[in-house]
Design a protein around this ligand. Structure first.
Ligand SMILES: Cc1cc2nc3c(=O)[nH]c(=O)nc-3n(C[C@H](O)[C@H](O)[C@H](O)COP(=O)(O)O)c2cc1C
Length: 229
């Protein structure tokens, strides 16, 4: 086996390989995701879907997030800023049976950012925490505990490179995976990514609680049974 290609676990979700199709608005629709699955993608993400539109029953948005014909495992990506609306949107995903729900904390587009969603969430890590908690709650209630994941940027701008803090907070709130788009919202041309800092700050420990849930706590590598998920 190629040493770069290996099985991967995202919370309870077991994937045969780590070849993921990233969310790309305007491109990763059902047909494109199916083609990528046919050519070997192990996991794919829908493009960002508006949580607000889903709660209003927006037909176009529902069409966007349906599983592709040959798509085996996929995540539906949501954007929004209101934890309660995010909860209701995640509940509305139930008929689609997504294998994961991904929070968009990276979109730089003005019409998204000005509502406080997308990469604007990076300005308020406590809001990331509350949204992830609500998504995890919805997943536990109606999505069969599908893992909740977060896609984020390095930070809002070069003065606020808070991806490690946001990742830690997301994990503490119950996220099973964080993907990093290592650019800021304001400087798209520079990559901000310190591998050691990210890994060091996102060590997490997962423990089963008495009621069968998984409790995730964060800490430092020296503490023992830690893993990066
Ligand atoms: C046209 C376009 C649309 C994108 N749409 C999304 C999206 O809907 N959700 C998301 O999380 N990332 C989105 N991304 C980001 C990509 O998933 C990916 O992280 C990024 O393109 C990789 O970095 P780079 O293009 O800056 O090199 C988009 C990127 C592009 C170029």
């Amino acid at each position: 086996m190629n040493i770069l290609y290996r099985p991967v676990k995202i919370g309870s979700l077991e994937l045969p390989g780590n070849l993921f199709l990233a969310p790309v608005a305007g491109y990763t629709d059902r047909a494109f995701r199916s083609i990528c699955t046919d050519y070997g993608a192990d996991f794919s993400f829908t493009e960002l879907a508006s949580a607000e539109a889903l709660t209003r029953g927006g037909k176009a948005t529902f069409a966007l997030i349906r599983r592709g014909e040959t798509e085996k495992r996929y995540a539906i990506q949501l954007f929004g800023h209101d934890p309660q609306i995010m909860y209701r949107a995640a509940v509305a995903l139930s008929p689609f049976h997504p294998d994961a729900v991904d929070l968009n904390a990276g979109c730089p587009v003005p019409k998204v950012v000005k509502t406080g969603a997308g990469s604007a969430l990076m300005k308020d890590p406590s809001l990331v925490c509350r949204i992830v908690e609500e998504l995890v709650r919805a997943s536990r209630e109606v999505l069969g505990n599908a893992p909740v994941t977060v896609k984020m940027r390095s930070g809002w701008d070069a003065e606020h490179l808070n991806y490690a803090e946001c990742a830690r907070i997301a994990y503490e709130a119950g996220a099973a995976m964080v993907s990093l788009h290592p650019r800021t919202r304001t400087v798209a041309s520079v990559i901000y990514w310190d591998n050691r800092r990210f890994a060091h700050n996102t060590m997490v420990r997962q423990q089963s609680t008495n009621d069968g849930r998984t409790k995730t706590t964060c800490g430092r590598r020296s503490a023992g049974k830690w893993a990066i998920v």
